[in-house]
Design a protein around this ligand. Sequence first.
Ligand code: KG4
Ligand code: ZN
Length: 358
Amino acid sequence: MKKLILGIETSCDETALAVLKASGGLRAPRFNISKALVSSQIPIHRPFGGVVPMLAKREHLKNLPILFRKLGGEKIMRNVDMIAATVGPGLEPALWTGINFAKELGKKFKKPLVGVNHLEGHLYSFLLPKKSTPHSLLTTHYTKMFPAIALIVSGGHTILLRMKNLTTWKKLGETRDDAVGEAFDKVARILELPYPGGPEIEKLASRGNPTAINFPRPMAHDTSPAGEYDFSFSGLKTAVLYYLRDNPRTRRADIAACFEQAAVDVLLLKTVRAAKSASAHSIMLSGGVAANQHLRDALKKEVEKLGLRFLVADMRYNTDNAVMIAAAGYIDLLARRSQGAGGRKKKYPLTANGALNI
Ligand code: KG4
Ligand code: ZN
């Protein structure tokens, strides 16, 4: 099967459109990126210290037609076979702008629509072509890749999955409070750094000493069945807040470095624990926080020590984009076809609030 897919992403503060050439089956999907555009709203939200949903909606409404024209406009729609749009989870007013845009295009150009779970977009981002390996990895390594452990770390989620294959997984654990990206953003606010905090903390941390302060590693040693793969980052954020209150002269770079180290340590520990228990062949890392070089390097080192494969997208496809949404739309189409008219049955949905119907 070969499809040209238009991807649409508007779940948060990035308006993104992409055209992706997809081919192959579930054992060897191949992707080729024709065009990828992202319009970031960061400067709009920065004065508010976080994303303002109604402003995000306004910006998406303004940017979608602009990006569509840049992408090739109506001309490109002649060749597009399918439209894939994020349906959740995300900010509802923002999501609807993309969904309605997809619906209008679908109606006007008579193209089928597929709704994509944003987290599946992140999950599948490792399949996208890389500078170093421009074609799909699955072609040659499928049997070696599964079972796998997937760690999804974004601004809204921190999830560990055990993957039996590309489309069958079990959720092992998730955060019980703040997502790790959210903790980066909140600690950045405490340190009076601008939004989004993740990249700012990373920059500052690179000048700090990661052993200067021993922040807690929440739930790291919880090995009970209920908690061994769950996370909790809100206590870590509070520990940073109290430490700074009690030690106001501490170097900000040391605080950033020690916070980052504590967050990375917990993510690593639980992911490696899951990989050992599942006898995994590979570990997949995705989501906005996967853009953190310290996390990428540390996890890669651990994974290679275990003799497993480390799978992560090129840097620009870790934060929100529409290429991953188009890719997830294609995988969903393949999965639904392979499971017949009854549609794709997912035993373990990624989130409870992921479904808005297109
Ligand atoms: O996946 P994403 O772009 O949007 C969501 O689906 O939430 O993730 C955004 C999150 C934000 O919390 C941001 O601070 C964090 O990813 N992030 C980072 C880095 N780049 C983005 N966190 C740590 N280090 C980074 N370099
Ligand atoms: Zn995201």
